[in-house]
Every structure is written in C-alpha cells, then in structure tokens.
Design a protein around this ligand. Sequence first.
Ligand code: GDP
Ligand code: MG
Length: 482
Amino acid sequence: MVAYSKTKVACLLIFFFSEHYVGLSNGKEEKSPTKQDVSHSRLRDRKNLENILQLSPDVHGKQKYSSSTLNIKAILDKLRAIYQSSIKPLEDVYRFTTLGKNTVTDGEIYAKPMILFLGPWSTGKSTMINYLVGLEDDAYKLRTGAEPTTSDFTVLMNGEEYRTMEGIVLAADHTRSFSALEKFGQGFLERLQGIEMPHRLLQKVTFIDTPGIIENRKQQERGYPFNEVSQWFIDRADLIFVVFDPTKLDVGTELEAIFQLLKGREGQIRLILNKADSVTPQELMRVYGALFWSLAPLINVTEPPRVFIGSFWANPIKPNTMTQLFEQEENSLLQDVHEVVRNGVANKIAFVRQHAIKVRIHALLVDKYVEVFKNKKSLFTDNEKILSHIIDHPEKYYIFQSVQSHANISKYDLPDPDIYKDFFHMEAINTLMPLNYHCSFFKGCMYDDLNAAITVDLPKLLQEVRKGQDVCTVGDKDCENS
Ligand SMILES: Nc1nc2c(ncn2[C@@H]2O[C@H](COP(=O)(O)OP(=O)(O)O)[C@@H](O)[C@H]2O)c(=O)[nH]1
Ligand SMILES: [Mg+2]
C-alpha cells in the first residue's frame, strides 16, 4: 500500500517549487552565463560545511574535544559490558550465529557513525564524498566519471596517515567493525577497499561508497551477493543517502531490490536529487515529481522521506540555476550529517537493543521447540520422525503463535519458520536446553539478564546519553557557553 497519496505529493511539489521558483523570478534571476562564469577553475567556498559540521579547530578547542571523547568512550564501555554480560551469553548457548546472524563485535561497538551512499551509477556518489571530505585535489580522492567507475565498496575512514587497505586486510582486522564481512567470501573481499586518512570529518563519521546499481545486470555477474552485502551495510548505517541523477531516472529491478532491503530503515533514508545544476528549473520540477511518482510504491511509510535537491560537488553552482535553493538544501543536508554525529552513540545503543530483541525472540523459539520435543518424545516412538514433524510443521504445535502471544511480540518481528528447518539441521536439538536450565543460584537466569538489558539497562544508558547531550556535546555551541 502506498501510504501517502500521489495527489499529496503533487501539492507538496507545487508548494516546494513555487517558493523557490518564484524567488528566482522575483528579481533574483541571475544573468546568463558567460564563459568565465561557467569555468570551474575555482572551487566552492567550504565555510558552510566547516561551520555546520564544526570542522574548524577554533570551534571545538582541544580540551573540549578530548573531554567529550572520553565521555563517549565511557558510555561505549558500558554498552560493551551490558552486551557481554547480558546478551552474548544467551546468543552463545542458543547458537544465534547459526541463523546466519552476526554477533556484535567490539569493533562495531566502538565504530564511528556510518554514512552509506547508494544509488544508480554515475549519479555523483563518489563526487559527493570527495566534496564532503574535500578531496578534489587529493591523490586519495575517490574515482569519479561519467561511465560506471566504481565496482568496489570503499570505506573511507580516519587514520593516522594516508593509506589504502585491501578488503582482506580490512576484514581481517578484528578491532574494526568490518570483520563480519568475511562471510561474503573472497569474491567480495576483492571488491572491498579501505582508505584511511587523518581528517576532522572522518574523526566523526565513516563514509561508505558503493558500486552503482546497473539495471539489467544479473546478480551473479558481480561475483558476490550484492544484495546481502548491501543489506549488511544498510542494517548498520546511521544515515543512508540514495542518490539520483535528474537526467537518468531509471527505476528498474535492481533499484527496486535495494528499496526492498531498505525496509525498516526508512528513518535513516535521505533521497538526493543530485546534479540539479545540469537541468533547467522547469525540468528539475518535472523530475522531482517523477522521482516521487516512481519511488512511492517502493516506500511503505506514512511520511515521505526527505529529499535533498542540489549539486553536491565542489564546483561553484552554475548561474541560471536555483542557487539559493541549492545552498539551503546543502545546509540542511549538512545539518542531517551533524545530527548523525550527535546521535551516533544513541543510535549504537538502539542497534544493540534491537539485536538483543532478536536474540530474545530466537531464545524463546528454541526454548519452545525444545519443550515441545521433550513432551512428544518417548521410549516407544521414533523420535527422529517426531522431531522432523515438529520442525516441518511448527504451526501444528503452536510454536510461533505461543511465543508471539506469551512474549507480546509483533508478528512482523517473528522470523520465517523455514530458517529453523536449517537451524535444526545444523544444531542437534538434544544439545540445546530449555531457558530455565540457564539459571543459577548466584547469577540468576540468563533470560532475565537479557530482558533486563532490553527493558532497563539499555534504556537507562540511552537516558544517560541524552542527559549528557543536554549538558554538553562534542563541539556543541550551547556547551561553549555553559
Ligand atoms: N553537473 C554535475 N555533474 C556532477 C555533479 N556531481 C557529479 N557530477 C559528475 O557526474 C559524473 C559521475 O560522478 P561519480 O561521482 O563518479 O558518480 P557515482 O558513480 O555515483 O560515484 C562525474 O563525471 C561527475 O563529475 C553535480 O553536482 N553536477
Ligand atoms: Mg562512484
């Protein structure tokens, strides 16, 4: 179901453009371009970028920066302790990773917020990252071009010195957050690369550049599971920019598949109508409508996602385009990036809590399977046959239904029963114990610890972060005066 009507979109569109378009014709129209105007010999002023992202050294003095870094580290240490003591034990005893899920590594807990760029090829993803980091004249800038240039997933991150890193090296380093990517195989690791450099923005966030989506390309031609890899990044990204080019708005099967993967992460999605300087305002208005029109059936939320329109590169905005609108849009986008930095720790706590909820559902399901099997098996029956029947027909034993009602879980959060067929083929049921087996006099029950993490410890930690943010945050202007 499309939750917001196309008429609403059309109204929104007219309102949005009328403001800026009228602005343009109300005396703000710019002179037609001369040869000198369109030359891109000088780069755009980066003051707005430096101010909004608080990158200049004078905005956050050394002392402030280090004290709040310490604070974040203390929170993340607590998060790690909760994970290790209350979530991981149940994950281990119920072999959560056999479901094909990851555990949460230390690297992930301490990782910087991640901003992911997705979208068709040649829409300006790499150019945009180069612009944000200021790499235009840098030997380490990401490759860009009108043809499909990037076949790699590139992780751009902070480091003490400039260096590139092969995917195998990046994934083998367990102090980083990318070690789980090893599971996608050599084919993928060859298409993964890391770039490290000392940079103020990269001290705050990590950027992930992805190969562009090319419609009509078969998945296997990539030599690795592109969708699964994309899903891994989508699940972890704090902000997801889906970048479009107004001159080629082809929504095909691969883009549809990506939107399928984005389900549940709508809050993180930002659509970007980039290269808006390459079309006239009138064309841009039509394209904006067309973009919403084609994406509406793919996004199943009540609120349309935020769209940023502009020209997100270092070249000065071309005359005869909607300069004022593009500048405002760029500033709003930068604000969004800044919010991600501010909320990075809170997002991480939410991610671990979400993970804990999945572990809880898994533990309850396995407990139920074990209980049903224990009740049905006997000395006089073919227990193998009974087990197969339970695994093949969990609905006949009300396994999922009883977990759902007992634990008050939404049916949309329950996993597909089929994955438990694979699970019990890999894990012998008699090696798994019911939940009450994992209780001890001194330590209490593992399940209670997990529940306490979900309902008390993690929300409390989140509160601590929010309170801390009110008082003082990295480079926060209000902080400066307190
Ligand atoms: N006119 C215009 N061209 C752009 C803009 N951003 C990028 N480009 C050009 O678009 C082409 C593709 O950019 P690239 O970053 O390689 O796209 P990617 O494949 O999505 O990473 C390059 O030739 C860029 O110079 C923009 O804002 N305006
Ligand atoms: Mg690229």
